[in-house]
Write a protein that binds this ligand. Structure first.
Ligand SMILES: Cc1ncc(C[n+]2csc(CCOP(=O)(O)OP(=O)(O)O)c2C)c(N)n1
Length: 324
């Protein structure tokens, strides 16, 4: 995977720093009380969204989670409409009705984030079924946390995808916790990927902070399902830098472990920067330029969101029932 074109490296890097800038800014705004609603920052997990989505085409779809900003940005969503939605404004993705956890953009194959843990899994199968039924050469990627793999929806979805041979790709973001519960207090298997065997599919565990490893595993999984080799459950080992949501306390995290994961050798962004410099892809100053651009794009999107109009109160009952 280290033989990509320069543009491919830069695109992946831009995606990661855009996600980081988006969620660090959203976290600050939520902490200061400027943003209404919940924010579940994705910081620390960027390599997964960026690596997976770098292998997707416009025809492919994704189904996201409550921690979904990263997936949605990596699939090409408009960050101005995202911030407008977070601010509850009329110009937001859902007209300000949904906030952070229900952003969707069907035109870009973003079927939606979801506030219900594990609820995206059966939806992803439905999308995969539809893609297959319509004869599209495409897959549906489902992102979900380790906590979600203890829900019945996970097991039903893997069983159905395997039995019906659906083009669903299961991407587990194993950050070690479901809210405040450490993973091994809630499951009795060493690896989430082991669960794939129960459904006759391939299970792999990878370093989820190594964006090129994620890209490689995604490429192999898509190739496998498209060539009749069955589905894949990719378990990506990672760590969330922040609390579960902004406002939560993190007493359940070991400070030494937290510091280890935030170090430059573990954080996916400095890791990828070091790799690009070592491979002669770009210089430190080119990297700084890309970072600065990501931050200024985000600030512009925040301004757009803040200054957008509030929804019209007379429309409050809209989108509840379908008009006939
Ligand atoms: C069905 C359901 N149960 C509980 C919750 C409350 N809740 C929200 S996020 C979360 C933890 C999810 O953990 P995981 O799936 O590992 O994802 P992560 O937050 O680590 O990304 C819980 C329990 C919920 N939203 N939905």
């Amino acid at each position: 995977m280290r033989n990509l074109q320069k543009d491919d490296y830069l695109k992946i890097y831009e995606t990661m720093v855009r996600i980081r800038a988006f969620d660090e800014t959203a976290a600050e705004l939520a902490e200061s009380g400027e943003l209404p609603g919940f924010v579940h920052p994705y910081s620390g997990e960027e390599a997964i969204a960026a690596g997976v989505c770098s292998e997707l085409t416009d025809l492919d779809c994704i189904v996201s989670t409550h921690r979904g900003h990263g997936h949605i940005i990596a699939k090409g969503a408009d960050i101005r409409k995202m911030f407008a939605e977070l601010f509850g404004k009329a110009t937001g993705y859902s007209g300000g009705r949904s906030g952070s956890m229900h952003i969707a953009d069907f035109g870009r194959g973003i079927i939606g984030a979801n506030g219900i843990v594990g609820a995206g899994l059966p939806i992803a199968n439905g999308v995969a079924f539809a893609l297959d039924y319509m004869g599209k050469d495409a897959v549906c990627v489902c992102f979900f946390g380790d906590g979600a793999t203890n829900r019945g929806t996970f097991h039903e979805a893997l069983n159905l995808a395997s039995t019906w041979n659906l083009p669903t790709l299961f991407v587990n973001e194993n950050n070690g916790f479901a809210s405040t519960t450490p993973r091994l207090e809630a499951m009795n298997v060493a690896r989430v990927a082991q669960r794939a065997a129960a459904y006759g599919m391939t299970g792999v565990t990878i370093d989820g902070n190594d964006v090129l490893a994620v890209k490689q595993a995604t490429r192999e999984a898509i190739g496998r399902v498209k060539s009749g080799g069955g589905q894949t459950l990719i378990e990506c080992l990672t760590w969330r830098h922040h609390q579960h949501f902004i406002g939560d306390r993190t007493a359940y995290k070991d400070p030494a472990e937290q510091a280890r994961w935030l170090s430059a050798t573990m954080d996916p962004i400095p890791r990828f920067e070091a790799l690009m410099i070592a491979d002669g892809v770009c210089t430190a100053s080119e990297i700084a330029t890309l970072r600065d651009r990501a931050v200024s794009d985000i600030l512009e999107a925040v301004l757009y969101g803040k200054e957008s109009p509030d929804p019209d109160p007379s429309q409050i009952c809209g989108h509840v029932y379908k008009e006939v």
